[in-house]
Design a binder for this molecule. Structure first.
Ligand SMILES: NC(=O)C1=CN([C@@H]2O[C@H](COP(=O)(O)OP(=O)(O)OC[C@H]3O[C@@H](n4cnc5c(N)ncnc54)[C@H](O)[C@@H]3O)[C@@H](O)[C@H]2O)C=CC1
Ligand SMILES: O=C(O)C(=O)COP(=O)(O)O
Length: 541
């Protein structure tokens, strides 16, 4: 059994660490707090890396990833991971989406309540011997309007709690196409500025990206009511920090609560640390015993699922990959790999375009996986850089290879066709019409076995498995005998064969007992009438 080395590169709950050490096939490398250079070296010998927000997983760390295959974020936000670099290197990034939702919403809610009742400065005054009863008259939540920015897991959990406290809730989320949510109790907006005149309190629950960076800033304050309360437990930078300080001074903002900062930790003299109307916590949103236990175990689990080849859970950078496939869809994924591997040695003219044709409505959910698996099979022997289902679309795009997918709904005749077109000028008018592209057609029948039914216009019905040899020869008498005796003298034992004619050539496909050596293939190739040879090693079907 192989042993997976799992690196904990951030402080993880003990439960998560114990969970890793209890697995027979895993070894824990618990090394939080190292330098960028140290991680760059350490990851090369680790299969998985688990992080929180305390480390920046930079392109430099990932430059030579060695055997690193997966990075798990024990939490939600992945803005501290260079996703483009991870994808380029074929490293899967996963998170533990829902495990910390309630905890984080509770923290945002606690910040909102504390802000409205001056809990922070009142407590501070008490510790300094003061008794300021009049200074800290607060505001009641009931009847106030909360604006939730980002109506995902945490935003909705925050809204549920606000509604229970008798607040009105409106939300801005341009990726939700609904007029209202929560049984009509939350009015939805898809223009940020439209919620601003309506709200007394704003709370952010969005990822940090180019669209959300500085979304609340000097530009947008003029639309807000005077005396706005601001809560940010999403990411530092969503609320522009310099503009917030000005808005506090001008009275536009009554008070602000921040759990997250543009730079963490903020410097000791950061004005947000000591502002009398700013309540701050050190990125504690997800920090409860319950949430940390859940995210650390889930993160470890998500790594193991991937490393053990059992699927992908919580993918962040695997595009539209669908993992929970039906048995038939899975068989088509397996078939696409076999088909691509068989076609791959015939691709001698380069690849400009790949067309994947999938027939059968019932297979549609597996399309992305089938497509990626086929591309990996086509590319892997032609490229030196590692290519896998995570980075294969990016690899194709970076090389200008067009990937076309055609689907049809016919469930009575399910099937898969992979066709590869070479670059312009790769074929000419003399080229046989069936050879202008490289094409392979396969299906999975009711017995769930993969079948190849056509290669480049040569029709057959063959289960692709084990070591296989493909021969293209002149279609003339004596060829089968010649090949049989040559295999015999070369000690290559034939287990099965199929032959198909097209014009004056034929394709013989052999299953043999063991993979032929290059020298054996060369000997076969020198025989009169043999035009091309290739060998492929496939798994048993
Ligand atoms: N303070 C802390 O310790 C924690 C902070 N977080 C932060 O909370 C964020 C939200 O987490 P979840 O609710 O679990 O994620 P989620 O993915 O369920 O929700 C995010 C929502 O934001 C929306 N969104 C995306 N771009 C937007 C835009 N430009 N404008 C408005 N809405 C937009 C999405 O449509 C989605 O509905 C995370 O991205 C993370 O940054 C998460 C956990 C803990
Ligand atoms: O899950 C998130 O996005 C968080 O911000 C929590 O961060 P942490 O794991 O506490 O460093």
């Amino acid at each position: 059994m192989s042993t997976f080395r799992i690196l904990a590169a951030d402080k993880l709950a003990q439960e998560g660490l114990d969970y890793i050490t209890k697995q027979d096939d895993c070894e824990l490398v618990n090394k939080p707090g190292l330098t960028e250079e140290e991680y760059a070296e350490l990851i090369q010998d680790c299969d998985a890396m688990i992080v929180r927000s305390g480390i920046k997983v930079t392109a430099k760390i990932l430059e030579n990833p060695g055997k690193l295959k997966v990075i798990a974020r024990a939490g939600v936000g992945v803005d501290n991971i260079d996703l483009a670099a991870a994808t380029e290197k074929g490293i899967l990034v996963v998170n533990t989406a829902a495990a910390s939702t309630i905890t984080t919403a509770e923290h945002a809610f606690a910040l909102m309540m504390s802000l409205m009742r001056n809990i922070g400065p009142a407590y501070k005054g008490m510790t300094e011997g003061k008794w300021d009863r009049n200074k800290y008259t607060g505001r009641q939540l009931m009847g106030k309007t909360l604006g939730v920015v980002g109506f995902g897991r945490i935003g909705q959990t925050m809204a549920e709690r606000a509604l229970a406290f008798g607040m009105d809730v409106v939300a801005y989320d341009p990726f939700i196409n609904a007029e209202t949510m929560m049984d009509g109790r939350v009015k939805m907006f898809n223009n940020f500025e439209d919620i601003l005149p309506l709200i007394d309190i704003i709370s952010f629950h969005v990822p940090l990206n180019d669209a959300t960076r500085g979304i609340l800033s000097a530009k947008t304050y003029p639309k807000c009511k005077d005396g706005l309360y601001v809560v940010n437990a999403a990411r530092g930078g969503v609320v522009d920090e310099a503009d917030l300080l000005e808005a506090l001074d001008s009275g536009k903002v009554a008070a602000a609560a921040m759990d997250v900062f543009t730079s963490e930790p903020p410097t000791a003299d950061d004005p947000l640390r000591n502002h009398p109307r700013v309540l701050i916590t050190p990125h504690l949103g997800a920090s409860t015993k319950e949430a940390q236990q859940a995210v650390s175990v889930d993160a470890a689990d998500n790594c193991m699922t991937y490393l053990r080849g059992e699927g992908i859970v919580g993918a962040v950078n695997a595009g539209n990959l669908k993992i929970n496939l039906s048995p038939v869809q899975e068989k088509y994924v397996d078939l696409s790999n076999r088909m691509a591997k068989l076609l791959s040695p015939m691709i001698t003219r380069g690849i400009a375009e790949v067309t994947i044709e999938l027939a059968g409505k019932s297979l549609a959910a597996g399309l992305s996986m089938i497509e990626r698996t086929a591309l990996v099979g086509l590319f892997e022997h032609h490229l030196t850089d590692p290519v896998n289902i995570i980075n294969v679309n990016q690899v194709a795009e970076a090389r200008g290879i067009k990937v076309k997918t055609v689907t049809t709904d016919d469930d009575k005749a399910t099937g898969l066709t992979i066709e590869v077109t070479g670059p312009a000028g790769a074929v000419d008018d003399e080229t046989n019409a069936d050879d202008k592209t490289r094409r392979i057609v396969g299906r999975v029948y009711d017995d769930l076995k993969p079948r190849i039914v056509e290669i480049n216009g040569y029709h057959m019905d063959m289960i692709p498995e084990g070591p296989m040899i493909l021969l293209l020869n002149e279609d003339k008498p004596g060829m089968i005998g010649l090949v049989g005796s040559t295999f015999g003298s070369e000690n290559v034992n034939i287990a099965d064969m199929t032959i198909s004619r097209r014009g004056n050539t034929a394709m013989m496909v052999f299953k043999v007992d063991s993979e032929p050596t290059t020298a054996q293939l060369e000997t076969i190739k020198t025989k009169e009438g043999i035009l091309k040879t290739a060998s492929v090693q496939l798994a048993e079907a």
